[in-house]
Design a protein around this ligand. Sequence first.
Ligand code: C2E
Ligand code: CA
Ligand code: CA
Length: 382
Amino acid sequence: MSRRALHTGETLFREHDSGRSAYLIESGKVRIIVGQDEGATALADLGPGDLVGEMAMIDDAPRTATAVALEDSVLLVIDREHLADRVAQTDPVVRALLGGQLKRYRAMLATLRGLDAPETLTDAEDVAAIAKIRLESQLREALERRELEMHLQPLFEIPQQHVAGYEALIRWRHPERGPISPAEFIALAEETSLIVPVGEYMLHEAIAALVAMRKSGMEPLPFVSINVSPRQLREARLIEQLLVWLKEADLPTSAVKLEITESQVLDYGLVSELLGKCRAHGIRVALDDFGTGFSNLSHLRELAFDTVKIDQAFVRDIETAPRAIAMLEAIVALVQAIGADALVEGIESQTQLDVLQRLGCRYAQGYLIGKPMPLAQVLEGR
Ligand code: C2E
Ligand code: CA
Ligand code: CA
């Protein structure tokens, strides 16, 4: 970082200059002025510790004011490159909000100068960020209006040749956009704490589904497997709440299973705490999406999951690629060797199911067995 010395009356930058740097005042005094001659208005006098010219670091727009030294001053120069990475790393929504504020502020300065407010161009990133804000508030409303729905997808137990349980999958029918993939809105809900009430809602729906299944005479009672996102693990009351609801409904803890997705953010401390709590109460836990990019064998070594859900990627080309079968076989063996049950996701053909049977895999899930469906359909089909 370099320094810049200014004498009294010297100009640091003028309106319309391009803004390559911001400055931190070390000593002296700098006046910010808009307009010229008789029309000039002093906006602020800044002193040691104040930043000057930082707006352009954020929105890269030309200077909308002039800065003049009122005294001999020394400034620390902060180049755009020093800040660009930091600005880029901030949340796009926060960036859009800040950018919007800056635009309004600059428009106000233009009005002060007697000019027309500049055309406010919105870039694609801002549009996407605003769309996110809108979607998030609609999701919040959908939650309140109970527009979110739980679908259930059968989990087939291969040796017994029966449906042993169901995975609870969230569905959102957006009033204008139609059905929105959970892949889109779950990620959004995870960015904020909205996933916490959404997750709680799904827990509640899962319990209600179990009660309805029992009432309709499903015997033995299937289990319901519930997706839990990493953000929910930080809520200490997750398991407590689940236990209370199970008890109120007079359901055994073996009626629910939790699915934790393997990801980069898998937090050992939180997950092992969850595993300990669940084990103590007889709630089973599955590691979801095993083998999809973030795979880490130490997850398997250090965290004692009851079930490992092997991603669809491992069965996709099983009919044609001998290497794919070899890998699947090895992964299933690995899962069994550590005492967990193997479940393979995305089973779409009888050939795939036959392979799983031959490998001694315990569970299969996929369109071949059944697509996710509303509870009413599960109850009808029993
Ligand atoms: P997931 O947990 O891996 O769920 C399995 C996904 O695979 C589901 O997609 C399911 O519909 C799809 N699927 C099942 N069988 C087949 C098949 O044979 N072929 C193909 N091509 N796909 C199959 P869906 O419902 O779109 O859910 C996507 C993801 O959203 C889920 O992946 C899960 O990570 C997340 N998700 C869904 N519901 C919830 C929820 O209530 N809470 C949380 N935290 N995440 C959820
Ligand atoms: Ca899952
Ligand atoms: Ca999965």
